[in-house]
Design a protein around this ligand. Structure first.
Ligand SMILES: O=c1ccn([C@@H]2O[C@H](COP(=O)(O)OP(=O)(O)O[C@H]3O[C@H](CO)[C@@H](O)[C@H](O)[C@H]3O)[C@@H](O)[C@H]2O)c(=O)[nH]1
Ligand SMILES: [Mn+2]
Length: 745
């Protein structure tokens, strides 16, 4: 038998994808020939062709960048059993959960995530869980205290019976499965007890959340009295300490509400993560850390072991930058009506990027080493052991924190960390959670989570890659983490708007990928990946013009497609058919339905003309100093089976947000032009009409893609586009036609 120690803990296996590459290239060639055809015939056609050419060139460039991202698909295999058998001493891990608002992120959601983390299969005296509460709500603290009591029974129960799903709400949503080798009666007895205890916990938390002041703010809660949200000192509370350092107990649990003051930038989630990094540095200082959003529970109890296979099992130090698990969602609606389950992105894009310099950091379900978060480049081992002091200018003035950083830098962390939680340590923890702590330091610029983007995750990952680290994409079965994806038009589009804003901020910021490949250690192809991400939203502008083109042509009797009699019509036709079949085949190969493909393709069109357009505009306004961008937290609901089976849940909803105006205007213009053309009216046309089949097909395709908006024109309540939005859109459509007339003269 092979010695388990000699077997690798992980393998990176390239996937064979010749057919995919050939298809990608074929589409690329078609795009190039379309552009060259336009270029050659530019002077015989007017501005319409120039506009089409500009848009198509942009799409071609994006396609090229996308092709680069998907070229080298890899699968990363991890072998946790070998890690356990190898008898290696496992390192300590600090686990971070962020929450920001109990009304959008119900405390019971956070509690379930925390419970799932406390119960993972890992020596629990090496774990500590830190919850950052940006809402500074006594309800969160109360819920966590109650949860820690429940955990005393829940964690042993999960371990005794090898329960897989350790987020109680999910576990109890199905009938009990009797684990093999246990007495049925005994198990069912324990199961019932746990279920009723969980229900009691849930009731208490929901009860507390209903009242504005659930209990007198005394004792544990005294610090919450007389404080306002956004204006309070830092609060750090040890909720549970695993005093006996026993491997089978419950990990430490700490509550952190960082200091907030009006007019002090707090940098949203990035700021919260930096506080967690420092507070945990002072209290436990584990060399590895995991971070999850409050809705992302651990669905695979071996998740830390999987991550350790990569973090400990890489031959070269630089290959263990961070380990990103895919974002996968539970309770998804049938056929993914909002196109946000990200299955295809995980399967082909992230796996492809994993074959270059490693996946981008996605903000949740990710393991980092503390050393990297402190801004260290790889292979600085040579200087280790010599670190006696770290720069106060860089890391801030806390003596306790500096001491902990020295330990990390010299690789001298303890195998079983001491929990430094006496009152002077807690004081130090509160000090590093202060909002003035980062003044004149490198936090947010070179150290920790990087500020300046709404997508702090991508920016922080970019910085890590720029230092020369490689990251890994770990995709165990069952999935490591599951979270909730937003539902309904406004919530989905607002999330996209934030991402758009954040990604564009990266492009124009100090850490722009445009520079990093030259000045830093970002690989060239990885740089292209970041350029693709950060320019993704700007595609909304060519998309906008390109979607309006067919309508304009029909109105004005011009054409932007070759005539049916022209053999060149084959190029766009084949492109159109082949592209759609190709993307469809991607969905089918992942076991997804035709409808899922269609919903995703149409949501992409919709997102560009709503969220991305406004996101880009928001960045422009910020650059001009007109407005600030803010982080709008996504609402999280524990979708139960009722809401999933509800047919209305998948229908597109609207609100009075200006987000919906441009797309509504587009739909109006298309309806007018298409109907006009079919009945023979082309209001802007000057002489003989040139428009034909090409334009009609394109116009129909746009309307099909924007079908939720077409229906929304006539829908009621949330399902209808508000009157005011329709009026504004109508005005915009009128303006479009007015300008169109001028352009055509
Ligand atoms: O001021 C804030 C705002 C947000 N959060 C937390 O950040 C997380 C992400 O917020 P969410 O509203 O769930 O955003 P999503 O769009 O779902 O999150 C994705 O995109 C974000 C960047 O836009 C990343 O921060 C996330 O990790 C990533 O999962 C949540 O745990 C929030 O509690 C804070 O702690 N403080
Ligand atoms: Mn989220």
């Amino acid at each position: 038998m092979a010695n388990p120690i000699s077997l690798p803990l992980q393998e990176k296996l390239p996937r064979k994808n010749t057919l995919k590459r050939a298809s990608d290239l074929f589409i690329f060639l078609l795009l190039l020939s379309l552009c060259s055809y336009r270029l050659l015939h530019l002077n015989t056609h007017g501005s319409v062709w120039l506009l089409a050419l500009t848009c198509e060139s942009w799409f071609t460039l994006m396609w090229f960048l996308m092709m680069n991202s998907k070229w080298n698909l890899v699968d990363h295999k991890t072998y946790p059993d070998r890690l356990i058998k190898g008898m290696r001493e496992l390192p300590p891990v600090d686990m971070f959960v962020t929450t920001a608002d109990v009304s959008l992120e119900p405390a019971i959601v956070t509690v379930n995530t925390v419970l799932s983390l406390l119960a993972v299969d890992y020596p629990c005296h090496k774990l500590a869980c830190y919850v950052s509460d940006d809402g500074c709500s006594p309800i969160t603290l109360y819920s966590l205290i109650e949860a820690s009591k429940f955990a005393q029974l829940w964690v042993p129960f999960c371990k005794k019976y090898f329960i897989r799903v350790r987020a109680p709400f999910m576990y109890f949503s199905t009938r009990p499965e009797i684990p093999s080798g246990v007495l049925e009666e005994g198990f069912l007895h324990d199961w019932r007890r746990m279920k009723s205890d969980y229900e009691e916990l849930k009731r208490k938390i929901e009860e507390a959340a209903k009242k504005s002041l659930p209990f007198p703010l005394t004792g544990e809660f005294a610090e919450f009295s007389n404080i306002e949200r956004g204006n309070h000192p830092s609060i750090v509370k040890v909720i549970w300490e695993n005093k006996d350092k026993v491997p089978n107990g419950v990990p430490h649990l700490v509550y952190v509400a960082r200091e907030k003051r009006p007019n002090q930038a707090h940098h949203f989630k990035a700021g919260a993560m930096n506080v967690l990094t420092r507070v945990s540095g002072v209290l436990t200082n584990a060399p590895f850390m995991l971070n999850v959003d409050c809705d992302m529970f651990a669905n695979n109890p071996q998740v830390i072991l999987h991550a350790m296979c990569i973090l400990l099992g890489s031959k070269e130090e630089k290959d263990s930058g961070f380990v990103q698990f895919p974002q996968i969602f539970y309770g998804g609606l049938k056929d993914d009506p909002f196109g946000n389950q990200m299955v295809i992105a995980n399967e082909f894009i992230l796996r492809g990027i994993a074959g270059i310099q490693g996946p981008i950091y996605g903000g949740t379900g990710c393991f980092h080493t503390r050393k990297i978060i402190y801004g260290q480049p790889p292979d600085t081992k040579g200087t280790q052991g010599q670190v006696h002091e770290v720069s106060r200018e860089r890391y801030g003035r806390s003596w306790e924190l500096s001491k902990s950083i020295v330990k990390i830098m010299s690789g001298m962390t303890e195998e079983t960390p001491t929990f430094h939680c006496n009152s002077s340590n807690l004081k130090a923890a509160e000090e590093v959670a202060s909002c003035f702590y980062e003044f004149d330091t490198c936090w947010g610029t070179e150290v920790g989570w990087i500020y300046g983007s709404m997508t702090e995750d991508v920016l922080t990952g970019l910085r890590i890659h720029s230092l020369g680290w490689t990251s890994a994409f770990c995709t165990p079965q069952p999935p490591a983490f599951l979270g909730c994806a937003p539902m309904g038009g406004p919530a989905c589009l607002n999330q996209w708007k934030r991402w758009t804003t954040g990604l564009l901020q990266i492009l124009i910021g100090n850490h722009s990928p445009l520079l990093a490949a030259v000045t830093k250690k970002l690989k060239f192809r990885q740089c292209l990946v970041y350029i693709l991400c950060s320019t993704w939203a700007s595609r909304s502008i060519p998309e906008f013009f390109y979607s309006a083109l067919p309508a304009y042509c029909l109105l004005s009797g011009t054409s932007f497609m070759p005539k049916v009699s022209d053999p060149w019509i084959l190029v766009p036709t084949i492109l159109f058919i082949f592209y759609n079949l190709y993307t469809l085949s991607e969905y089918l190969s992942c076991g997804l339905s035709f409808c899922t493909w269609w919903n995703n393709q149409r949501m992409q069109r919709i997102t560009f003309l709503t969220a991305s357009l406004f996101g880009s505009l928001g960045v422009l306004l910020k650059v001009l100093g007109i407005s600030e961008t803010i982080f709008e937290v996504t609402r999280k609901d524990q979708n139960d089976s009722d809401s999933i089976n509800d047919v209305d849940a998948g229908r597109f909803t609207f609100d009075s947000s200006p987000l919906f105006v441009p797309a509504t205007a587009l739909v109006l213009v298309h309806l007018i032009s298409l109907i006009g053309f079919l009945i023979g009216v082309q209001p802007l046309a000057s002489d003989a009409s040139e428009s034909g089949l090409g334009e009609v097909v394109c116009s129909i395709w746009v309307l099909l893609s924007f079908m939720p908006f077409v229906k929304g024109l006539f829908g009621k309540g949330n399902f209808g586009i508000p009157r005011a939005t329709i009026c504004k859109a109508g005005a915009l459509a009128f303006l479009f036609m007015h300008l169109g007339t001028k352009a055509n003269r």
